[in-house]
Design a protein around this ligand. Structure first.
Ligand code: SF4
Length: 419
């Protein structure tokens, strides 16, 4: 690799690290024609300590940008070293790194240079070359450039496994303040283009099998949290709306990393990124997607921010003592899932096992139930009386004191949640 390419790589990989929406799950592109890569089984992802993905070649095409989003290191007013790859350079890097087993795919984003269409065209050329000329079947996550022509976006979707476009700020007011050249309406228009095409091609594929795949791993978005003074209620309602309206696979929450000392309204450089808050948001997101919670059960106008000391499921349970204790020998699956300390796997095991007889505490422990947390919220045949008499604030105190609030220690959203 030449020194110039190495230097570009350093600049453009460093600039890309702020985007966290790069999970590579969900693709099943087949390896065909003895091509390179097979996302069916070969792709996996790993994360750095702060939860950011490292398994893909994650770069910007260019960090030159005509926009001036205050929270972004690539903003035009920032005095940083600028660089841009050529299309062929990105293709060569991807293939070379893949052959050396350094990466399993590509995550390609970019600053907006010249215009949205000009940038999107270059990115489209990269993915087309990789797929059609290099026969690359590895995973590709492509960022949509806001405001690019619909034809470019839909064509890119034929070659990318996943596409994403960032909402950036959870509120329109925050976006207006820190990214005045962007609007949520524009991002939603682009999300809508991909959603509509996905639905259309899915329908067509039911009639004609040869209809090409389109963004098979779906689309995602990302919000920066902690830059403006948005509440967790603002963030979760925004996420909920976009899951429902645009059929998103994931919403990513990126704790703002202070990088701008000129903009006094942003958190000062040196202040820590809100990683614990970020983690609580991921836990809440998890509750919405896998535990049957609605967004407004987790946060609402009366309770607009997540409790940083305890996880959101425990927080909900403590606010709803009327729902507990849950009789594990009688309750339905949905209610069992809401018990702190019981995850999806153990809830399923409980429902299966109780067919053969009344459940006891030692069985629950063997099923993987975190009994030290769950004991305050359940009833089974041998539940001791004293556990039923505690008030919510006493339960909270007891859990915090015994260090059972495991998420105070764990900040990576990607490690999995056994609520
Ligand atoms: S458009 Fe994207 S790259 Fe450009 S300043 Fe805004 S967030 Fe940064």
């Amino acid at each position: 690799m030449s020194d110039r390419i190495r230097e570009k790589l350093q600049i453009l990989a460093d600039a890309a690290k702020y985007d966290v929406s790069c999970s590579s799950s969900g693709s099943n592109r087949k390896n065909k024609d003895k091509g390179l890569g097979n996302t069916g089984s070969g792709i996996c992802h790993s994360y750095t300590e702060d939860g950011r993905c490292v398994s893909l070649l994650k770069i910007l095409f260019s960090n030159v940008c005509i926009f001036d989003c205050a929270y972004c290191v690539s903003r035009r007013s920032n005095d940083i070293q600028r660089a841009a790859f050529t299309v062929q350079e990105v293709v060569d890097l991807t293939i070379n790194f893949y052959r050396r087993n350094y990466i399993e795919g590509l995550f390609l984003s970019s600053g907006i240079f010249k215009s949205a269409d000009h940038t999107m065209e270059r990115m489209l050329q990269v993915v087309k070359k990789l797929r059609l000329e290099e026969n690359f079947n590895g995973y590709i996550h492509l960022k949509t450039i806001p405001g690019a022509a619909p034809e470019l976006i839909t064509e890119a979707g034929l070659y990318a496994d996943r596409m994403s476009i960032n909402l950036e700020m959870p509120t329109e007011a925050g976006l207006k303040r820190f990214a005045p050249e962007k609007t949520h309406a524009e991002v939603q228009k682009d999300l809508g283009i991909v959603r509509d095409r996905l639905i259309q091609l899915k329908d067509e594929r039911q009639l004609i099998r040869s209809v090409p795949k389109f963004v098979p791993a779906g689309q995602t978005t990302q919000m920066v949290v902690g830059a403006a003074n948005e509440t967790d209620y603002d963030v979760m309602m925004m996420a909920d709306h976009h899951y429902k309206e645009f059929k998103l696979k994931r919403v990513y929450y990126s704790g703002y990393i202070p990088i701008n000392e000129q903009e006094k309204a942003l958190p000062a450089i040196g202040s820590a990124p809100p990683l614990l808050r970020e983690n609580r948001l991921y836990q809440s997101d998890w509750l919405m997607r896998f535990y049957g919670f609605s967004a407004d059960e987790i946060v609402n106008p009366q309770h607009p921010n997540l409790d940083l000391d305890i996880d959101p499921k425990l927080s909900w349970a403590l606010r709803h003592p009327e729902q507990f204790p849950v009789d594990l020998n009688q309750a339905d699956y949905k209610m069992i899932l809401r018990v702190p300390g019981i995850g999806v796997k153990s809830a399923k095991k409980i429902v299966q096992a109780r067919r053969f007889g009344a459940l006891r505490i030692d069985q629950l422990k063997r099923m993987g139930v975190a009994y030290s947390r769950a004991q305050h919220f359940i009833r089974c045949v041998d539940t001791p009386q004293f556990q039923r008499d505690l008030q919510p604030h006493q339960v909270r105190q007891q859990i915090l004191q015994s260090g059972q609030s495991k998420y105070t220690k764990q900040i990576s959203p990607q490690l999995g949640f056994g609520f």
